[in-house]
Design a protein around this ligand. Structure first.
Ligand code: SAM
Length: 254
């Protein structure tokens, strides 16, 4: 998969994503990250890409033309490489977008190319957004100084769904948000740490019992920490029975 990040700070995203698992995946050609400097498409001798907002108000705005120029260059090179005519998905990172989720990551992972547009200052001239953006995505209800960290969050979450990026392919499968539940707790050596014993069932070697315990822990943890997820979780009859028991226990202890 090919990520194309339109940004004023290419080194920030390349340094961040070039490390650890995404860096290894890039080195192994499982994914590529191109950081395109929007400033290279400024059409004035001072390379300025921002200006005052019409109507007044605090802060500066990124101008439409340099953003459009960077987008056009990337879109043209994608079309040249793939021979496809259709438009590439363009994600504008914005606190005004829908909140990024695991299901969005799964959807983006189906794309061959993804363009991520990072804003700065007060944002970007609305007219270019109307023209090129297909998806508005936020990483949460707070305001950051730029779209670079959100773009890195998306590249990271999508990358780990690409086959081969994680060495163990099953580790992306059984994780939080699978079936809309949180993941069960994990333990590693030593068996006793600070007087705390690893749950004995995990040492039993009985695979079916371990799976049952993990599923129950997932349900319990989701009910305690993110009860909102339970509403849309994919549950078996057995899960529902166990949840009923848990909820009854909670009521009794109140
Ligand atoms: N004036 C804008 C508003 O109120 O919606 C906020 C601009 S913010 C200071 C600058 C840039 O940071 C945005 O254009 C966007 O690309 C990025 N950004 C800030 N917070 C974000 C968030 N929660 N999720 C995604 N991108 C964000």
């Amino acid at each position: 998969m090919h990520f194309h990040i339109l940004t004023l700070f290419p080194e920030m995203v390349l340094n961040g994503l070039g490390t650890s698992i995404t860096g290894r995946a890039m080195a192994n050609n499982l994914l590529s990250v191109e950081a395109v400097n929007i400033r290279d498409y400024a059409n004035n001798k001072h390379n300025r890409v921002d200006d005052y907002p019409y109507g007044g108000g605090a802060g500066m705005l990124m101008q439409a033309e340099p953003v459009y120029g960077a987008y056009r260059a990337v879109e043209d090179s994608i079309q040249e490489r793939t021979g496809k005519e259709g438009r590439t998905r363009v994600v504008y990172l914005s606190p005004q977008g829908g909140t990024f989720s695991q299901s969005m990551a799964e959807e983006f992972a189906k794309e061959e190319d993804l363009i991520l547009l990072c804003g700065h200052y007060e944002g970007i001239d609305e007219r270019v957004l109307e023209e090129i953006v297909t998806d508005y995505v936020s990483i949460g209800d707070y305001v950051l100084t730029g779209g670079e960290l959100p773009a890195m969050v998306i590249v990271d979450a999508v990358s780990r769904l690409i086959p081969g990026v994680l060495h163990n392919d099953t580790s992306a499968e059984f994780e939080s948000f699978q079936d809309n539940l949180l993941e069960y707790p994990h333990y590693t050596r030593p068996e006793i740490w600070h007087d705390k014993q690893v749950p004995p069932i995990l040492l039993s070697g009985h695979h079916a019992n371990v799976e049952k315990w993990r599923r129950e822990q997932s349900l319990k943890r989701t009910l305690e920490r993110r009860p909102d997820l339970i509403e849309t979780a994919i549950l078996s009859k057995e899960d529902e029975k166990y949840l009923k028991k848990l909820k009854k226990g909670l009521h009794e202890s109140e």
